[in-house]
Design a protein around this ligand. Structure first.
Ligand code: AMP
Length: 467
């Protein structure tokens, strides 16, 4: 394990790292720190939760020349949440460097606050492309002295339609700059774009080693005919969830689901792009403080959320883009902690989840919904298939890719909860007993002890007003 003291980092930054409690460098940090400190251009493929922020933030701090009064480093992020998170990490890492100024700029914040901040000295600017362009047009931001440029979550910036803004912004920075790009996925399009702006960039990839995803137990529930809301409630009860994110694909669905959950006395709040910044900040504050248990969110809103104690990520809908799956589950199992990702799957989502597992090299085990008899799964146990109809094709493809039915005893993809025998720390008993009627009698777990008592509905007032 590499230590931060192994690298050429100033004692003030080392002190700040120690104050943050980071003992060893993560893999992405160990690989990228020496290159970035040396001044190399870099393409880092890493998902959130790997420690990538500190990987580019530490060299950024080390490169600031406080003798110059100009913006010397620029970090571009797709969303305001990520801007705030990155700025927060930079502030913590500069705890003992009061001579370095950091200015986050993003849409949704009063522009006059940003104008004032930019007028004073700002060594490091972190911003969303839209608001950066706005300041460039107003001439409140000059980038010609920017010698350290980071594009964080570059794939998402492209997906969000920021291509032209990105090009314009990069074009304003110093031609002698060092250019760093981090992305969870690496499309041809992105690689081609970066070829234009980087110089002999070195590629590192920490997604393939599954360092983080191995920390996350991933299960999917093939719901066949069970309604998703019912399935969700069973899982919330089974896992006694106290801190989780539930992902939906549309703002409308987020609102609808939040309403239903709050109505049923869950302490839930919504997070999506139509909710104004003040409310979002309030929701996040309440969630981090543990006053909201469930955050129902769209992908864009959840980008950049820095939450370390998230017990579970639930995909109520699978993401529209497969690569967002990794981003979503990266909210749990961060920095060495054990995480849990639960996927509610119906219809076409069945083949989508197998594709995601295959292309991202993930292990996503099938599991049975608590208290539901005969839920069809893609499990490899010996029960004969009676799926028929459209499910059969997906099942065939799935098992071909991940080992046949008979492979269950030897572990691998199909080593699911139903195979009993202590795999993966599952809380499930074997499937035989799953036929009991109500109350999740076939499952272990805290909730099965039967807590139907009303939840703390007073919290919902806060959650409701926040959401
Ligand atoms: P990131 O991938 O940058 O979003 O980081 C994920 C989480 O890991 C953040 O909460 C960081 O504070 C934390 N983190 C970053 N580097 C380390 C480290 N070397 N040791 C422990 N935690 C870390």
């Amino acid at each position: 394990m590499a230590k931060f003291t192994d690298f050429n980092i100033s004692k003030e930054t080392i002190q700040a790292i120690e104050a943050l409690g980071y003992e060893d460098a993560t893999k992405i940090q160990a690989e990228s720190l020496p290159l970035l400190l040396e001044g190399k251009d870099l393409i880092g493929q890493a998902q959130t939760g790997t420690g990538k922020t500190a990987a580019f933030a530490v060299p950024c701090i080390e490169k600031i020349n406080t003798g110059i009064s100009a913006t010397q480093a620029l970090i571009m992020c797709p969303t305001r949440e990520l801007v705030i998170q990155v700025a927060g990490e930079l502030k913590k890492l500069t705890k003992f460097r009061k001579d370095i100024s950091i200015v986050p700029i993003y849409g949704g914040q009063n522009i006059s606050v940003q104008l004032r901040a930019l007028k004073n000295s700002c060594d490091i600017v972190i911003g969303t492309p839209g608001r950066l362009m706005d300041h460039m047009r107003r001439k409140s931001l000059r980038l010609d002295q920017v010698k350290y440029l980071v594009l964080d979550e570059a794939d998402q910036m492209l997906d969000m339609g920021f291509r032209d803004d990105m090009k314009d912004i990069i074009g304003q920075t110093s031609p002698e700059r060092q250019t760093v790009m981090f992305s969870a996925t690496m499309s041809q399009d992105l690689v081609r774009l970066m070829e234009r702006y980087q110089n002999k960039a070195i590629k590192i990839n920490v997604t393939g080693n599954k360092e983080q995803s191995q920390q996350i137990e991933q299960l999917y529930f093939n719901l066949k005919s069970s309604p998703k809301l019912d399935a969700l409630k069973r899982l919330l009860k089974e896992y006694n969830v106290k801190s989780g994110i539930i992902f939906c694909n549309t703002k409308m669905k987020v609102d609808e689901l939040t309403k239903r959950l709050v109505h049923e006395d869950y302490i839930a709040a919504a997070l999506h792009g139509d909710i104004d910044q003040k409310k979002r900040t309030r929701v996040m504050g309440a969630f981090k403080a543990g006053n909201i248990e469930l955050l129902v969110a769209t992908d864009v809103a959840a980008r950049g959320l820095d939450i370390n104690d998230l017990e579970v990520v639930i995909n109520y809908d699978l993401p529209r883009a497969d690569q967002d799956y990794i981003h979503r589950i990266g909210r749990t199992g961060r920095a060495g902690k054990k995480g849990l990702a639960l996927n509610l799957v119906t219809g076409k989502e069945l083949s989508q989840i197998s594709r995601i597992a295959y292309t991202s090299k993930l292990t996503i085990n099938p599991a049975q919904l608590p208290g539901v008899q005969g839920t069809e799964t893609l499990n490899s146990d010996s029960r004969p298939s009676n799926s028929g109809g459209s499910g059969g094709g997906a099942r065939g493809r799935f098992n071909k890719k991940f080992g046949s039915d008979k492979s269950s005893s030897s572990g691998g993809f199909n080593r699911g909860p139903r195979s009993g025998g202590g795999s993966g720390g599952s809380r499930f008993k074997s499937s035989d007993s799953s036929s009991s009627s109500s109350g999740g009698g076939s499952f272990r777990g805290k909730a099965a002890a039967g807590s139907n008592k009303p939840r703390r509905s007073n919290f919902n007032k806060a959650a409701k007003s926040a959401g």
